[in-house]
Design a protein around this ligand. Structure first.
Ligand code: CP
Ligand code: NVA
Length: 309
C-alpha cells in the first residue's frame, strides 16, 4: 500500500507524533538517515510560486542522499496538455516520491489515486499540511507539548493555512480557534472533520468573528496573508474586510504573556501582522521556516518507510 500526504488528517495522532519525533532527531543530525541514497530522485512540481517549499524540499532531498527534480508546470506538459494521472504514471517509474504545489485539491487526489509512489501536498488552495508539520514542530520545540494547548488563527479562515490548522491541530489534541469574518469562514466539511478528530484526541474547535474574544488566553497566535495565491483579483476587497483581524501588539497582549506568534511566510507587514509583532520577541517565524526542512525530511523518510507497492 502506498501512503500519501494530501491532507493533514492523512496521519493519525500517533503517526503525526512519530514524524515530529523523527524531525527532532534529524534536526540534531541532518545526515543521519539516507533512504534516498543511490541517488534516487524526488520530483517537486510547482504550479504556484515558492521560496521556502522549493528550498526545503531541494535541500531535504539532498540531505537524505537523493536528487531533487524541481519542475515548473509552466515549462512542463502537466496542466495544459497532460492529466495528473498520466503525469504520475510517467513519473512513478523513475522517481521515489512526488511533491506537488497546485490549486485544486481534486487534482492532487487524482494524481495520488493508483500511484505507486508517495504523493505529498506541497500546498493547495485547501490545505498546506507540510507547513503544519513545521508549525507543530516549532510549537513543540518552544513549549514542550502540543496536546491541550490553545492555538488561534486569525484572518482568512477559508485559506489553506486555517484549514490545515483545523485538521492538524485537532489531530495533535490542540484547542483550535479560528477568528474570521463569516464570509471568510473555513469550509463546513473541514470544520466537521476537525471536530470529529478533536472528539477522539481531546482537542476542540471553536469559530469566532471577534479577534479579541478568540485570542484571549491563547498559547499560540497565528496568521497568514490575506491574499493567498490565486486570490489576487480580490485583493482590494480582502484588505478592507480583513482589516480588523490584524495581529498587532494590542491583540497579542490579550494572549498568554508567553504566547508564541507564527506565520508561514511570506508576510505583508502592516496588513495581517505589524512589524512590531512579527519582528518582536514572541515571534518564532524563522525557526518555523527552518523547520520546514526537518519536518519534510521526516515526512519523506516516514512515507518511504511505509510504502509497500
Ligand atoms: N510558507 C511557504 O510555503 O512559503 P513558500 O510559498 O515560499 O514556499
Ligand atoms: N495562504 C498562502 C500561503 C503561502 C505559503 C497562499 O496560499 O498563498
Amino acid at each position: 500500500m502506498t501512503r500519501h500526504f494530501l491532507r493533514d488528517d492523512d496521519l493519525s495522532q500517533d503517526e503525526q507524533t512519530a514524524i515530529l519525533d523523527l524531525a527532532v532527531e534529524l534536526k540534531k543530525d541532518r545526515f543521519a538517515v539516507r533512504p534516498l541514497a543511490g541517488p534516487q530522485t524526488v520530483a517537486v512540481i510547482f504550479d504556484k510560486s515558492s521560496t521556502r517549499t522549493r528550498v526545503s524540499f531541494a535541500v531535504g532531498i539532498a540531505d537524505l542522499g537523493g536528487v531533487p527534480l524541481i519542475i515548473s508546470t509552466a515549462s512542463s506538459q502537466l496542466g495544459g496538455k497532460e492529466t495528473a494521472t498520466d503525469t504520475a504514471r510517467v513519473l512513478e517509474r523513475q522517481v521515489a516520491a512526488i511533491a506537488w504545489r497546485t490549486y485544486g485539491q481534486a487534482g492532487l487526489e487524482e494524481m495520488a489515486l493508483g500511484t505507486t509512489v508517495p504523493v505529498i501536498n506541497a500546498l493547495t488552495d485547501d490545505f498546506h499540511p507540510c507547513q503544519l508539520l513545521a508549525d507543530l514542530l516549532t510549537i513543540r520545540e518552544h513549549r514542550g507539548r502540543l496536546a491541550g494547548m490553545t492555538v488561534t488563527f486569525l484572518g482568512d479562515g477559508a485559506c489553506n493555512m486555517a484549514q490545515s490548522y483545523l485538521l492538524a491541530g485537532a489531530t495533535a489534541g490542540m484547542h483550535v480557534r479560528i477568528a474570521s469574518p463569516t464570509n471568510y469562514s473555513p469550509a463546513a466539511v473541514v470544520v466537521a472533520d476537525a471536530e470529529a478528530i478533536a472528539a477522539r484526541t481531546g482537542g476542540s474547535i471553536e469559530l469566532f468573528t471577534d479577534p479579541a474574544d478568540a485570542v484571549g488566553g491563547s498559547d499560540v497566535v497565528v496568521t497568514d496573508t490575506w491574499v493567498s495565491m490565486g486570490k489576487e483579483k480580490e485583493k482590494a476587497q480582502r484588505l478592507t474586510t480583513l482589516d480588523s483581524y490584524q495581529v498587532d501588539a494590542e491583540l497579542m497582549a490579550l494572549a498568554k504573556p508567553d504566547a508564541l506568534f507564527l506565520h508561514c511566510l511570506p508576510a505583508d507587514r502592516g496588513f495581517e501582522v505589524t512589524a512590531e509583532v512579527i519582528d518582536g520577541p514572541q515571534s518564532v517565524v524563522w525557526d518555523e521556516a527552518e523547520n520546514r526542512l526537518h519536518a519534510q525530511k521526516a515526512l519523506m523518510v516516514w512515507l518511504l518507510d511505509h510504502n509497500t507497492p
